[in-house]
Design a binder for this molecule. Sequence first.
Ligand code: GNR
Ligand code: NI
Length: 171
Amino acid sequence: MALLPVLCYPDPRLHKVAKPVAQVDERIQKIVADMAETMYEAPGVGLAATQVDIHECIVVIDVSDDQNELMVFINPEIIWASPEKKSWREGCLSAPDYYDEVERPSEIRVKALDIKGKEFELDADGLLAVCLQHELDHLQGKVFVEYLSILKRSRISQKMKKRAKELESQR
Ligand code: GNR
Ligand code: NI
């Protein structure tokens, strides 16, 4: 297992669109294991492959209190979304220390492949629904700050660039 570096907004690689996984083989299972390790170490409740510069449709999520219920979604698709919406305060490992409200459908149904390549469907609400939508956006090259105003976004870009410089000078 290995920890993977997480790309930070406004890195242009965060805007690449991920390709579907053709076959869930050992290579994919290794990526999943490394992504899970990276998510737990962060710590975060989810991670999309895009964030670690792998542009394939792979997502890991763990919204459990004890961080011991790993969920793996390969080639995930939202097949239903509720008309009801809910606003959540979201954060992102690719925009550290920034949180803001985003409105999304409150319930969704997702179809995906599991770690063995078997198809499954899942109904999600609450944080799981928010997180799944947030991760599926990453796979499409979208970061949650893109739902915010241009003014907020440019402030976040500046803040992230400043933070990157500070981290650079510490090394
Ligand atoms: O760790 C995370 N927490 C979170 C909180 C509210 C809404 C979405 C998230 S996802 C985030 C991890 C991450 O950046 N995933 O892409
Ligand atoms: Ni994120």
